[in-house]
Write a new protein. Structure first.
Length: 171
């Protein structure tokens, strides 16, 4: 993923653009706290970069692209971390022994087994699909199929589309 910040890649964000983003997120997340909105916008700053890279990779072909979002929320530290940046890495390597960021919930083990098998399948075959996950179609700009990784994994087409579209001015 290319990490670039929206205020750098766009020049300086105007107050009107900032207000527009806040309005969209308040609309799509009516129960969210101000902190939740700030986290969502900050997260999506990076998510938009990943989407742009995926779109360019698809356009360049020929290998398929697979998009995912890690939604498992850590119970550690009273749940304040939620599903923070890089939290998925211990799961990919099936190394989720209890420590400060992961916690000790038993469900973490099943998710780690699923995710490590998914990454191993992708490394082996260039395709992450295997029997422990629902069918994961390749990402296309038309469908935007995205695997939502959690205790129960699922595929969503264009998750949070309204929020994604609010960032189209960066494209």
């Amino acid at each position: 993923m290319v990490e670039s910040s929206w205020w750098h890649s766009s020049g300086n964000i105007s107050p009107e653009r900032a207000q527009y983003l806040l309005d969209v997120y308040h609309h799509t997340r009516p129960e969210a706290t101000p902190d939740d909105i700030a986290i969502a916008i900050t997260t999506d700053n990076f998510r938009m970069g990943a989407i742009r890279v995926a779109e360019r990779k698809v356009a360049g072909g020929p290998a398929p692209v697979y998009m995912y979002r890690f939604h498992w929320e850590s119970p550690a530290l009273g749940g304040i971390l939620k599903s923070c940046h890089t939290l998925e890495i211990p799961f990919v390597f099936n190394n989720v022994e209890p420590f400060g960021l992961i916690g000790d919930e038993p469900e973490r083990i099943t998710l780690a087994q699923t995710m490590s098998a998914t990454w191993a399948a992708f490394a082996r075959n260039g395709d992450p699909n295997h029997k422990a996950i629902p069918f994961w179609p390749a990402y296309t700009p038309e469908k935007r199929s995205t695997m939502i990784l959690n205790i129960k994994c699922r595929v969503e087409n264009d998750p949070d589309a309204e929020e994604r579209k609010a960032w189209d001015w960066l494209a």
